[in-house]
Design a protein around this ligand. Sequence first.
Ligand SMILES: [Zn+2]
Length: 113
Amino acid sequence: MATSGLRGSFPLTSDGISNNVTRTSAGAYALGHTKDQSYYIHYVGRADADVARRLRDHIGKYKRFKYEYYDSPKAAFMKECRLYHDFNPRDNTIHPARPAGSGWKCPVCKVFD
Ligand SMILES: [Zn+2]
């Protein structure tokens, strides 16, 4: 099975986010739960500016999260796409979107070509 390369997992709670996501930064994340020492990813996303704030929007919907900081929104988008294709999360019903006018392309597929 592919590894996500993300930090965690951590509890998807207010404290779990505050204690583990301390920088205000772009980032990518994977939400899910742990079972039998494996982490199951159900949803992946990204934040262009503040990954901690974005994670708080998901409290109550999933049990745990993994994440990583990225230096730019584009780098976070690239990671989000790779996670989407590597794990095919059940709750991501459509391909990750790119900002309008960005011209970014998925590093894996040709959806934006
Ligand atoms: Zn793609």
